[in-house]
Design a protein around this ligand. Structure first.
Ligand SMILES: Nc1ncnc2c1ncn2[C@@H]1O[C@H](COP(=O)(O)OP(=O)(O)OP(=O)(O)O)[C@@H](O)[C@H]1O
Length: 957
């Protein structure tokens, strides 16, 4: 992935070492020399030393004596320079040179028509080499539009495009009109589906169900289609009220719900309420009831009062159910008559459990028949429900694209369109993605894959890096396999060489060494990974700078130490705030936010910071609602979108209205001729037409809503363009919200005028710009078989398919959108541009990035690594036949945590500061002693709790 630090201009050690510039101005681009770093960093260390010397109990060596004057780099940077002598000066000064050492240069130039696997550690220039290879392919006369580069996130795709554009400009290709197509797997697959869905018997292009809440809604509907599950689902939703914090629920409401739960439980379990009540001590409900009885009557009417009368027994029953069931396995026991299905429900939340099973199974391309009957039928029902609403989830998208590639006509057109394929982050591919690569390149073998098994951190999504590397080597028998370090010994696979970059250009020796040590234990006994792995080397020119380990008393001390060190670094002028990152294992640990106190400290010191990795505005409720509206316009049979609109838009309907609406009967004919129950939208229209099914306000709300949808639909295939139509919808969405602020709430609270317009259109529009500029994301001009180049005109009249395609892109962007955060603190209120800010983020979000100084808080057992919590479930994990001899889940967990530690450590260029508090930060563990993380080998005794005294030590590995 691309790395430019999220910071202002800085240079990596290597860049600096390659420069002979005298000390330049601080603001200019890439102007620090290594000497600058050494001197300024040494100064900062010396400052620290004087502060820390009194409290340091050893190990803190004089940085000055340790810093060696760097010899000249022994790598020979090859600069792919402009072929044009009279390159405009402005361009040259803006564009960074593509620095390649001899190894990277040779690898990028290996036979472009043969498969190539590049295996390399962190900071060794994988992304750099990938870009160089793309340029090499273009230089050899291949049209850029014939090259597909697959990355894992939209952000990585954008950065890659930017880097390639710069490099192309540098090499005199600026006049090229086309760019290689850089995309995520999902975006590319959706484009393929849009153009070819009819090839696999679909009558209309499926749309994307992107959010977890939509998946959960689908799962719920799916489960209710399975007779045996229905009861359990109903019980789960009844019993789920336990999760509502009592203080948040009005007591009368709670009582009503209890009454309902108990009645339902009685119905389901056939437990005699009287028997149960007699068994148990009646609770104090009568007294409580008297207190709020009037309120209940006023609010809910006579029926509610009747319900509350049951309370003395129902409350007892409620408690009895919980006492009997226990919190963990309530539903297992609840099903008195056990069936297969109860095994699905041994967790706290049925739908969550079901979804984690479904995600896991689908990410591996497993079919229902791979599983025991209950699991298999749940998977089948889930897929059938998606199909019923013409929806795809993310794994379906990969699966359907795989199916399409089995159609020879489709495969031929894909291979003709993109004969060259490059895949970044190869270690993170799941089985379906791997299959896509194999199919796309079948019989061609012009594929370049770049990966690092040490950075494989998505096993939980079904990635298996060993399997990926092995499959690549097995499938592309003439893969270029070789090792270019230490005398070019070849791994002698096939005809060529597999490239392994071993030179780390990012970090200094101690960081690289610590990374190597941590990575050592993450391979397990994999022979292949052992063979592929070569320890990373720091540049010999890198300064000898220690890794700093803090031993603080508790979270308060930790925050103070980190805050004051950051302040010291910024004040020293050695770096600006955006050169610094705090990388936490997670940003939310239950209700505990591990970086909270650090934020407070930074705020107090007036240092700006930004938290990245939360939910982006694209994932907000407002956006989800707007996306659901677009989907409704494209397909009114999409009940999942309709439900989102109903719950959020048509507020005045209420639960009773919703029940009535659902009760509207009838059938409709699907495009394929099949009969299906009326869609929710059709029911809404019927209710409006009938007029008396629902109360007046609800009918009016629905009328306004259905009118809007039909009105927007009427604009399809007129003269209106996609941009105009989406803008029209957005404006009316906002206007309606404005209206609702005064009138009856039709659009609901989420779409308040201020909220709906708060920068959301800019986001939508920027996605629209990207979509319109990507021919590979556009649908065909007609629905016939796709021929490259014959895409719909995104600026012409907007068709349903174009709207669907855009909606798909919007879903994908919103799902992988990462919150870039808002800069806080730093006294920036009056400044038009936010000041440089310290980045606070998670390891997953930090992947692919680099900073001059990195702080890792909470580096203790149970926080980093996270505790393995699967013991209870380990035995009940459903294995598919593909699991074979997988290591135990616990072993896999700690290996993945080790790789996460490796990623965090290797983001640092110069300063790495690891904090090891003596007491846990989470409120429920505050009294618990911490044990040092197992990823601090040789530094702290792993068996002894961290000592309480507050000191720091510097380590040279
Ligand atoms: N030959 C080189 N000379 C100087 N600097 C280089 C060279 N190759 C790469 N770099 C620099 O090293 C840093 C890491 O490069 P890059 O991002 O390509 O590595 P990577 O292997 O993709 O990293 P990671 O996997 O850790 O994200 C960048 O700052 C890049 O500019």
């Amino acid at each position: 992935m691309t790395k430019p630090s999220a910071s202002a201009p800085t240079a990596s050690i290597s860049e600096a070492s390659a420069s002979n510039n005298p000390k330049p101005s601080k603001d200019s681009l890439r102007t620090f020399t290594l000497d600058d770093y050494v001197v300024s960093f040494t100064n900062s260390l010396l400052t620290k030393k004087s502060v820390a010397a009194s409290s340091t109990k050893g190990g803190f060596q004089s940085a000055k004596t340790m810093v060696k004057k760097p010899p000249l780099a022994d790598t020979t940077p090859v600069v792919i320079s402009s072929s044009s002598d009279d390159e405009p000066l402005e361009l040259v000064s803006k564009v960074e040179a593509l620095r390649l050492d001899q190894t990277q240069d040779r690898i990028s130039k290996l036979d472009i028509d043969k498969p190539l696997l590049i295996v390399a550690g962190a900071g060794s220039g994988k992304t750099t080499t990938l870009c160089a290879r793309v340029i090499e392919i273009i230089k050899r006369g291949v049209a850029p539009a014939s090259i597909l580069v697959i990355t894992f996130t939209n952000k990585a795709a954008d950065e890659l495009k930017e880097r390639i554009a710069k490099y192309m400009a540098m090499t005199g290709h600026a006049e090229l009109k086309q760019m290689p197509f850089a995309s995520t797997f999902h975006s590319w697959c959706y484009g393929l589906i849009m153009r070819n869905y009819h090839q696999v018997g679909l009558h209309q292009c499926p749309m994307v169900a992107a959010t977890e809440s939509e998946h959960a809604a689908i799962a719920k509907i799916a489960l209710e289609t399975i007779e045996d599950c229905r009861m359990l689902v109903q019980c789960e939703s009844m019993l789920d009220i336990e999760n509502e914090p009592e203080s948040m629920v009005f007591v009368d409401r709670a009582d009503l719900r209890w009454a309902r739960v108990a009645r339902k439980a009685k119905e389901v379990l056939d437990i005699s309420m009287d028997n149960v009540a007699a068994e148990l001590q009646p609770l104090d409900s009568k007294a409580t009831m008297k207190g709020h009885g009037k309120l209940v009557k006023k609010k809910y009417g006579a029926q509610a009062v009747a319900a509350t009368e049951e309370m003395s027994t129902t409350r007892a029953l409620y408690h009895h159910i919980y006492a009997k069931l226990g919190k963990q396995s309530k539903l297992t026991n609840l099903a008195d008559n056990p069936t297969d299905y109860r095994h699905l429900f041994d967790g706290k939340d049925i739908i969550k459990d079901i979804m984690s099973f479904i995600y896991r199974a689908k990410s591996r391309g497993d079919l229902p028949e791979h599983y025991p009957s209950a699991h298999g039928s749940v998977l089948k029902a889930y897929n059938a429900t998606l199909k019923r609403f013409n929806l795809l989830d993310f794994d379906d998208m990969l699966k359907l694209a795989n199916d399409l590639l089995d159609v020879s006509e489709v495969l031929e057109s894909v291979q003709a369109e993109f004969p060259y394929l490059l895949v970044d982050e190869f270690q993170d591919l799941n089985q379906l993605q791997m299959n896509l690569v194999l199919k796309m390149q079948k019989g061609i073998g012009r594929v370049t894959a770049v990966g690092d098994e040490r950075q494989s951190i998505y096993a939980f999504r079904g990635a298996s890096c060993e399997h990926n590397f092995q499959t690549f080597l097995d499938s592309f028998v003439d893969a270029q396999v070789g090792r270019t370090n230490s005398g070019d010994q070849s791994l002698s696979q096939g005809a060529g060489t597999m490239a392994s970059l071993t030179q780390n250009y990012r970090s200094h020796q101690s960081i690289v060494d610590l990374g190597n040590i941590v990575a050592r234990d993450t391979i397990g006994d994999s022979k292949l990974l052992g063979r592929l792995r070569v320890p990373l080397l720091a540049l010999p020119t890198a300064p000898m700078v220690p890794v700093t380990i803090w031993n603080s008393e508790d979270k308060h001390d930790e925050a103070k130490s980190i805050g004051s060190k950051i302040k010291e670094l910024v004040d020293s002028g050695d770096c600006i705030a955006s050169d610094i990152a705090v990388i936490s294992r997670c940003l939310n640990f239950g209700s505990f936010r591990p970086t909270n106190l650090i934020e407070v400290d930074l705020m107090r010191s007036g240092i700006a910071y930004v938290v990245r990795g939360g939910h982006s505005a694209l994932k907000s409720k407002r956006m989800q609602l707007f996306m659901a509206l677009i989907r409704m316009v494209a397909n009114t049979d999409d009940d999942i979108a309709a439900e989102t609109c109903l719950s959020d838009v048509v507020k005045s309907l209420g639960p009773a209205g919703l029940r009535k609406l659902n009760g509207v009967g009838g059938y409709s004919t699907l495009p394929g001729g099949e009969m299906a129950p009326l869609s929710l939208f059709a029911k809404m229209e019927r209710a409006v037409k009938h007029g008396s099914i629902l109360p007046r306000p609800a009918t009016d709300s629905l009328a306004a809503f259905t009118r809007s949808i039909r009105g927007w639909q009427a604009q399809l295939s007129t003269t209106m363009t996609l941009r105009q139509l989406v803008k029209l919808m957005f404006d009316e969405f906002v206007a309606q919200a404005n209206e609702d602020a005064k009138e009856a709430p039709i659009w609901g609270k989420v779409a308040t005028a201020q909220g709906a317009s708060d920068g959301l259109w800019e986001l939508v529009e920027s996605i629209m710009d990207g979509f319109i500029d990507s021919p590979a994301a556009l649908p065909p001009s007609d629905c016939g078989s796709f021929a490259p180049g014959k895409v719909a005109n995104p600026n012409g009249p907007c068709s349903v398919l174009l709207l669907q395609a855009f909606s798909g892109q919007l879903c994908m962007m919103s799902t992988s959108a990462e919150d870039m955060g808002k800069v806080k603190g730093g006294h920036s209120k009056n400044s038009p541009t936010p000041p440089p800010a310290v980045v606070i983020t998670t390891v997953h979000q930090a992947k692919g990035l680099e900073w001059k100084h990195v702080f890792i808080p909470n580096f203790v057992e149970d926080m980093f690594p996270m505790k393995f919590r699967g013991e209870a479930k380990a035995d009940s994990v459903v294995l598919s036949p593909k699991d074979g001899n997988m290591p135990r889940p616990e072993e896999q967990h700690y290996r993945e945590e080790g790789r996460l530690a490796y990623v965090a450590i290797t983001r640092a260029k110069l300063g790495l500061y690891i904090s090891v508090p003596a007491k846990h930060g989470a409120p429920w563990m505050e009294r618990t002693d911490c044990f040092p993380s197992r990823y601090l080998p040789g530094i702290m005794c792993p068996d002894k709790p961290v000592k309480k005294h507050n000191y720091e030590r510097d380590y040279y590995y």
